[in-house]
Design a protein around this ligand. Sequence first.
Ligand code: COA
Length: 141
Amino acid sequence: MKPLPGRMTAAAVLVCGLLAAGTQADVVTLAVTATRQGQGTGAALLAALLAEARRRGTTEVFLEVRVDNLRAQQLYRSRGFVQIGVRHGYYQPSGADALVMRLDLTAQRPAGARVVPDAARAPSGSSSGDVPAGPAPDGAR
Ligand SMILES: CC(C)(COP(=O)(O)OP(=O)(O)OC[C@H]1O[C@@H](n2cnc3c(N)ncnc32)[C@H](O)[C@@H]1OP(=O)(O)O)[C@@H](O)C(=O)NCCC(=O)NCCS
């Protein structure tokens, strides 16, 4: 591809994606550039994705997150996602496991709203189930 002339004056600072089909959707990516993290951008992006999911009639949203990505897990839990399983060796080439999380969008609260910790607790017996799935490249989600 031929490079554009002149200096690049804008930088991508955030990316997010939602894959919706029927009543289910997946958050396929969510990322904020390092210098913009911790300023509410990730939460705002997630709220926008969930609002769009609701608009499309989605009732449940799923995502995968690395087991060692505590910051992202905290974001998802604080917005109502609960862990429903683990995908072993999901990220490649590292072989890191992914937690699978689910959000019930039929709950009566604004999409993306922060929830109290008790409401974010996983149902008993559901947090350690193995979920079969293909691998994902490291850093993709
Ligand atoms: C995860 C990520 C998207 C969060 O975006 P962000 O803009 O930094 O997050 P926000 O400032 O909107 O904070 C949202 C929530 O994240 C959590 N959070 C933010 N900073 C945190 C920190 N230092 N430690 C723990 N949790 C933190 C909090 O729950 C916060 O909610 P609160 O402000 O209501 O308490 C961002 O850190 C990122 O892009 N990380 C790298 C890519 C990545 O890991 N993506 C997720 C893949 S599943």
